[in-house]
Ligand binder design. Structure first.
Ligand SMILES: [Zn+2]
Length: 127
């Protein structure tokens, strides 16, 4: 186990151990944004089980691998909000390709069930 402080990949400015890691270890996210950040970090850290566990059963894939996982650089949350059991996060996620820096802009929808937030689906915005 590595006890060196690691900056959280989600870009919060906190250490991983005080940010997304507790969620990866089973703590419930309090807000859709918190869940979204922890899922971004999970893509960076390639935590397939966490991504599947936090995916709504209606849209959850059967499995996942990281063969096409881009080289994630940075997350930028533009806005987020929730109304009851529905939540939305508008974000940009930056990654590098051999051709340079690229950005995925998405509005993700989240649903809360039994006290836990789940990623449901996303709308990718074309630049
Ligand atoms: Zn984080």
């Amino acid at each position: 186990m590595n006890h060196q402080p690691i900056p959280c990949p989600c870009g919060s400015g906190k250490n991983l151990a005080n940010c997304c890691q507790p969620l990866h270890q089973g703590e419930a996210a309090r807000t859709p944004e918190q869940l979204m950040r922890s899922r971004y970090s999970a893509y960076v850290l390639q935590l397939a089980d966490y991504l599947l566990d936090t995916w709504h059963p209606e849209t959850r894939p059967k499995g996942m691998n990281f063969i096409d996982n881009p080289d994630w650089q940075k997350l930028e949350v533009l806005s987020s909000g929730q109304q009851g059991t529905r939540g939305q996060v508008h974000f940009k996620a930056w990654y590098t390709t051999p051709k340079g820096l690229r950005c995925l802009e998405e509005k993700s929808g989240f649903i809360k069930q039994k006290g836990r937030w789940y990623y449901h689906s996303g709308l990718i915005l074309e630049p």
